[in-house]
Design a protein around this ligand. Sequence first.
Ligand code: PEP
Ligand code: MG
Length: 576
Amino acid sequence: MPFTIHGLPVSQGIAIGHVHLVSHALLEVSHYHVAERHIKGEITRLDEAVATVQGELVGLKASATAGQAHSEVGAFVDLQLMMLEDPMLVEAARVLIAERRCNAEWALVQQMEHLVEQFEQIEDPYLRERKADVVQVVERIVKVLLGQPGNLPPKRRDGLGTVVVAHDLSPADTIGFRDHNIAGFVTDVGGPTSHTAIVARSLSIPAVVGLHHIRHLVEEDELLIIDGTRGVVIVDPDEHIVEEYRLRRTELGIEKSKLNRLKDTRATTLDGEDVILLANIEGPKDVTQVRAVNADGVGLYRTEFLFIGRDSLPDEEEQYEAYRAVLKAMGGKPVTIRTFDVGADKALNNTEARFEPNPALGLRAVRYSLSEPKMFLTQLRALLRASVHGDLRIMIPMLAHSHEIDQTLMLIEKAKAELRAEKLKFEEKLPVGGMVEVPAAALALGMFIRRLSFLSIGTNDLIQYTLAIDRSDEAVVHLYDPLHPAVLKLIGGTIQAGARFGLPVSVCGEMAGDPAYTLLLLGMGLRNFSMHPGNILEIKQQVLRADVGELAPRVQRILKMDEQSKVREAVARLGS
Ligand code: PEP
Ligand code: MG
């Protein structure tokens, strides 16, 4: 029987595909069927993972002994090595794969659960506790298995895609699916401006989040329709429903190609004001889409995606190549590259990460960068070296204090001095700007204006920090309101201050790419919008229909309102 679940629409479009359950919790692995001809390969996949873990354990033991360490470490490693050779574990899992035609990680976890049950029957408390070692060694193998492409089911031959269903996905997980031909994403948790949602949009993959229990309501391989525009997921749809959604998907495609006609039209309002429409990107691969819509440049390159979801950090050369590739591909158009905004939900793969009680308020963005000056300097050197290949601007995220700007500027000077000494070329007058995404910055703009060449308003974080709403928590998502009078005052005030001091101001948060807010932002005086490239033509359509002379006084009145409902009504009327 088909049934429908409603969630939060975060990435537009319609996907029709078969469920692939993905788990973040390592031992909650997915279960899927493996065709007869792939059984041998599946067993080899298990054997290779076991061999990798064997190598890891031997290495661990060697380093423990070299450091005069603890004989206990050696003993526990020996125990785990023994378990790897125990036929009750790996050999039994091999048999399960062949007999049940299932995937390796599932077979292994099944066998582990069976062994754990047996351990629990043992009377001797010491031996009973050894079940923890079985679990640990299985976790190690599963981790290796999940890191392999085999974690995704083979491509289907019925022409339908794979829909990833998870309790939660980190931005790194999501970007990891980039090359796996995924049709859509659905998750139990998450909000529309979470970084996972932003990544799904940047991959142009339909996604619905905040579905609460979908992970437990669907089964592997079940048919699913995702309507990423309306936030609807249909489980086990019948033929008629599938046909209806196919039709809707075709209609959406037609609408999109109609918008394509605006690609080479200048974004000028009815009363002749030019508007700059820039793109947000996560890496060089996104530039194809940016060029396809003929964006005026890149307004936000989130470089942290070069750093997360991997075990080692990118060196100067790798970073230089990535930045150079974007600058070259943009052919002289402006490219604003933001220094890495790691931390909070974009944590590095750092096994020694300390516990943070409140990651969004913790060591994130520029705070993190300044706490790791070597890593920061490497990025600044790479950026400076890349600056000779185009029109580069550097942007610093999450500023709140003037000394954060001063320290960053000092590091930039240090990087320049090093490059001069090494006779490496760079652009001497590289503009440095900052993001206004913490209310403190929007309320103390003077110190920013005096030190920086441009400002960009990050509405995603500005709303999060103004309203004290975690942007990735679906439990409070109904309170995440871009039209809250306090938020509008901070955005409007920043745009006005920029105009007064002749400092360019853009908006690069999700508000800039949402047609519901285009007239409002234009009326506030904004002329610089940066968004996901997939939204540029729709926003251009709004700009072409706008008369800013008429909008400005109406928006000034909205900025004076202090009732959310009144603001909402007035903003809705701007288009009429
Ligand atoms: C923002 O906060 O609005 C922004 C553009 O930065 P990010 O979404 O990467 O935090
Ligand atoms: Mg931000």
